[in-house]
Design a binder for this molecule. Structure first.
Ligand code: F6R
Length: 249
């Protein structure tokens, strides 16, 4: 098993700015860099900083290629709580990214088409040369993407049933209408194929799961612990999220 790199910052903004600076350096070297992306509360400060860099420092993200991890299923692309809407509003449009280079699994496909759709999605990642960097958040139950507890290290892109805690956390975004029971997600195996992985976790509510993922048993009970199968993982934490680690950096 591999020990991850741990970087702890005083605020989520400081950690997010460090990740944004890495992305900026990546596109400076290679404008069409290929990055895997999460949605949720965690990356919001990162995406806001990428928008600021585009507007105030003329950073050009137009050639950046993005592949999102997951989407609710079923869901209309235009639904206000879809991850497609989130990406368009938080990053793609305000940062001046090229929407045609930003990919996200479709929550609109029929059940019978999901396997083929996700196979094509994996193929598109391979054709782009694979993920150079996978960015991740972590769920309170240790999920990464929609890989809920019980997801195996060799799991591939697939349809999954969402955990109760995951649906509960999403309730506000759905404003009273029911949260989908399922999602489609890249698997743990897809995530582990990335050349490099950065996991972001901010806030005291994540301290326990961060501890389990980094210092607990490597087990599918905490899917993020399976990242220790990868040799190049960096955790970007704020001080509260790192507070239960015995080896604080
Ligand atoms: C969403 C995703 C999820 C989130 C996780 C944390 O695309 O991949 O695994 O990263 O649920 O969510 P937040 O950041 O809202 O705490």
């Amino acid at each position: 098993m591999n020990a991850p790199h741990l970087h702890t910052y005083s605020t989520p903004q400081a950690g997010s700015a460090a990740v944004a600076a890495e992305l900026r350096a990546m596109v400076a070297r290679q404008p069409q860099a290929v990055v895997g992306l999460p949605t949720g509360g965690t990356p919001q400060a990162l995406y806001a900083e990428m928008v600021r860099l585009a507007r105030e420092e003329a950073v050009d993200w137009t050639s950046l290629v993005g592949f999102n991890l997951d989407e609710y299923w079923p869901i209309d692309a235009a639904h206000p709580a879809s991850f497609r809407t989130f990406m368009r509003q938080q990053l793609v449009e305000p940062a001046g990214c090229d929407a045609a280079r930003f990919h996200i699994p479709s929550g609109e496909v029929q059940r019978s088409e999901i396997e083929a759709h996700l196979g094509e999605y994996q193929q598109a990642i391979r054709q782009a040369g694979g993920l150079q960097l996978q960015l991740l958040g972590i769920g309170l139950n240790g999920h990464i993407g929609f890989n809920e507890p019980g997801s195996a290290a060799d799991s591939e892109a697939r349809l999954v049933e969402l955990a109760a805690v995951t649906r509960e956390r999403a309730r506000d975004q759905f404003g009273g209408s029911p949260v989908p029971t399922h999602g489609i997600t890249l698997g743990i195996a897809d995530i582990l194929r990335a050349q490099r992985i950065i996991v972001m976790a901010f806030g005291a509510e994540k301290s326990s799961v961060v501890h389990s993922a980094i210092e607990g048993e490597v087990s599918d009970a905490c899917p993020a612990s399976l990242l220790r199968h990868h040799a190049n993982v960096t955790w970007v934490l704020d001080t509260p999220a790192a507070s239960e680690l015995s080896l604080m950096s």
